[in-house]
Design a protein around this ligand. Structure first.
Ligand SMILES: Cc1cc2nc3c(=O)[nH]c(=O)nc-3n(C[C@H](O)[C@H](O)[C@H](O)COP(=O)(O)OP(=O)(O)OC[C@H]3O[C@@H](n4cnc5c(N)ncnc54)[C@H](O)[C@@H]3O)c2cc1C
Length: 401
C-alpha cells in the first residue's frame, strides 16, 4: 500500500495534522490507529481556551460547543487549604475524549482523509537512514513519502534518548447529585506537591476526579509509591462528602504524561514527531491536548511547504522545530515557576492576599477612583440607610468583604 502522507495515531495531534493537511490542499493523506474508533483515552478531557481556538481553526467549533460541558467556575485549593474561586465564563470546556477525538477524525474523513483503525504499527520502514513508511504487526507495509508519528506518550518512533521525565496519574469517574454544576477544581494537595488533584465537570451530574504526581525525584530517580493508596487518601481528604451520595462509573485508570522543557529530536529524515510523542505537554498542569493539536497543525504546515516545493525538507523541518520552540518554550519554563510557587508557599500567600477583605477593598477603591476620577467613593449615608431598609447590602457590607 502507498500514500503520500501517512499519520500514525489518531489522537488530537494526528487528527489535527490530517485536517490541517486537507485545509492546505494536500491530498492523499492516510491516518491509521491501532484502536477501533470511537475509542476512549484516559484523560481529564479538559479543553483550555487555547484548545478551543484551535478547534475553531480546524472546523469543529460548532459541534464542540453543542456537545461540551462548559466550565463556569474554577476553584483552586492551595496546600494550606486556602480556597480561591474565579468565574470561568465558559472559557474552558470538558468533552469526553471518546467524543472529542472522534469529532476530529470525522472532520478529517469528511475532508477526504483515508482512515484505517485497528491497524497497529510495529516499526518504521527505513531506507538509507530515511523513514519511508511503516510495517504493521500483521506484516502489512504502508509506504509513504512523509510520515508523521503521533503515537502519544510511550512513542515507539521517538529517537530522543534523553531521560523520559513523566508525571504519574490516576483517575476515576463519578455520577452524583452533589457536584456543583460547571465547577472545575484544582487541588494543590501537599502529598502531590508540586502537582495537584482535579475535579472536572463532564456533564451536569458526572465528574472525573484524578491526581497527578511526579514519577521521578529531582535527580531523575523513580519514586516508589502506592498510587492507588495516594488517590484513596486524596479522595477522602477532599471529596468524602460529595462521593458519599455518588456512584462510581467504571474503574480507576492511569497513564503517564511525558514532558520536556527544551524541545528537541522531533524530526527524522522523512518523518516528524507531533504531540505527546514529541513530549509536548505542560509540566505544571499536564495539559497536552492543545499542544498536540498545535504541533499537528505546525507539522502539516511543514509537510505542505515541502510538497508544494516551497522549501527543502531540511528547511521545513528546521522551521517546524523553530515554530514549536517559539510557541511552547516560555510556557513550559513557566511550568517550573508554577511548581516553585506551589512548593515554596507563594501560591498560598497569593490566595490569602486575594481573599483578604483589605485587598478587595483596595481593588474596589482603585477601580472606583479610576472610573469616577475622584477619591470620593462613598455615597451620602442616607443612600446606605435606604438600601439597608430595603434589605440590600450597604456599600460597607460588601458581599466580597
Ligand atoms: C490522566 C490524564 C489526564 C489528562 N488530562 C488532560 C486534560 O484535561 N487536558 C489536556 O489538555 N490534556 C490532558 N492530558 C494530556 C493529554 O491526554 C495528552 O497530552 C494528549 O492526548 C496527547 O495527544 P496525542 O495526539 O499526542 O496522543 P494520544 O492522545 O495519546 O493519541 C495517540 C494515538 O496513537 C495511537 N497509537 C499508539 N501507538 C500506536 C501504534 N503502534 N500504531 C497505531 N496507533 C498507535 C493510540 O491508539 C492513540 O489513539 C491528560 C493525560 C492523562 C494521562
Amino acid at each position: 500500500m502507498e500514500t503520500e502522507i501517512l499519520i500514525v495515531g489518531a489522537g488530537p495531534s494526528g487528527a489535527a495534522a490530517a485536517v490541517q493537511m486537507c485545509q492546505l490542499g494536500i491530498k492523499d493523506v492516510l491516518l491509521v490507529d491501532r484502536d477501533r474508533f470511537p475509542r476512549n483515552k484516559t484523560c481529564g478531557s479538559g479543553l483550555s481556551p487555547a484548545a478551543l481556538h484551535l478547534a475553531e481553526a480546524l472546523g469543529i467549533g460548532p459541534e464542540l460547543r453543542r456537545r461540551a460541558n462548559p466550565v463556569l467556575t474554577v476553584r483552586f485549593v492551595t496546600q494550606s487549604g486556602e480556597e480561591l474561586r474565579a468565574p470561568a465564563n465558559s472559557a474552558a470546556v470538558i468533552l469526553l475524549r471518546k467524543e472529542f477525538d472522534n469529532l476530529l477524525v470525522e472532520r478529517a474523513r469528511s475532508l477526504g482523509v483515508g482512515f484505517r483503525d485497528g491497524f497497529r504499527v510495529a516499526e518504521a520502514l527505513e531506507e538509507d537512514g530515511r523513514v519511508v513508511g511503516v510495517r504493521g504487526f500483521d506484516g502489512t507495509e504502508i509506504r509513504a513519502r512523509w510520515t508523521l508519528f503521533a503515537d502519544g506518550a510511550p512513542s515507539l518512533f521517538t529517537r530522543d534518548d534523553r531521560e523520559r521525565r513523566h508525571i504519574d496519574t490516576l483517575m476515576g469517574w463519578w455520577e452524583g447529585p452533589d457536584f456543583e454544576p460547571g465547577r472545575l477544581d484544582m487541588v494543590f494537595d501537599p502529598e502531590l506537591s508540586p502537582l495537584y488533584g482535579w475535579l472536572f465537570p463532564e456533564t451536569a451530574t458526572r465528574v472525573n476526579i484524578g491526581i497527578c504526581i511526579d514519577a521521578q525525584d529531582e535527580y531523575g530517580r523513580k519514586v516508589p509509591r502506592d498510587l492507588r493508596a495516594v488517590f484513596r487518601r486524596f479522595l477522602e481528604r477532599h471529596y468524602a462528602k460529595e462521593l458519599r451520595s455518588a456512584r462510581q462509573v467504571g474503574g480507576w485508570k492511569g497513564h503517564p504524561i511525558v514532558h520536556t522543557t527544551w524541545i528537541a529530536n522531533v524530526t527524522r529524515p522523512g518523518a516528524l514527531l507531533i504531540g505527546e510523542a514529541a513530549r509536548l505537554t505542560h509540566n505544571g498542569t499536564g495539559e497536552g491536548i492543545s499542544q498536540a493539536m498545535q504541533s499537528g497543525m505546525y507539522g502539516a504546515d511543514a509537510v505542505a511547504r515541502v510538497v508544494r516545493g516551497e522549501a527543502s525538507e531540511f528547511a521545513a523541518w528546521r522551521g517546524y522545530l523553530r515554530a514549536l520552540r517559539k510557541r511552547f518554550t516560555v510556557g513550559f519554563a513557566a511550568g517550573y515557576l508554577l511548581r516553585d510557587m506551589v512548593s515554596n508557599g507563594m501560591l498560598d500567600g497569593l490566595a490569602r492576599t486575594y481573599n483578604s477583605a483589605s485587598f478587595q477593598r483596595g481593588i474596589h477603591w482603585l477601580v472606583g477612583a479610576a472610573m469616577t476620577g475622584t477619591t470620593t467613593q462613598e455615597a451620602p449615608a442616607a443612600y446606605a440607610a435606604a438600601r439597608s431598609e430595603s434589605g440590600e447590602p450597604s456599600r460597607t457590607e460588601s458581599p466580597m468583604a
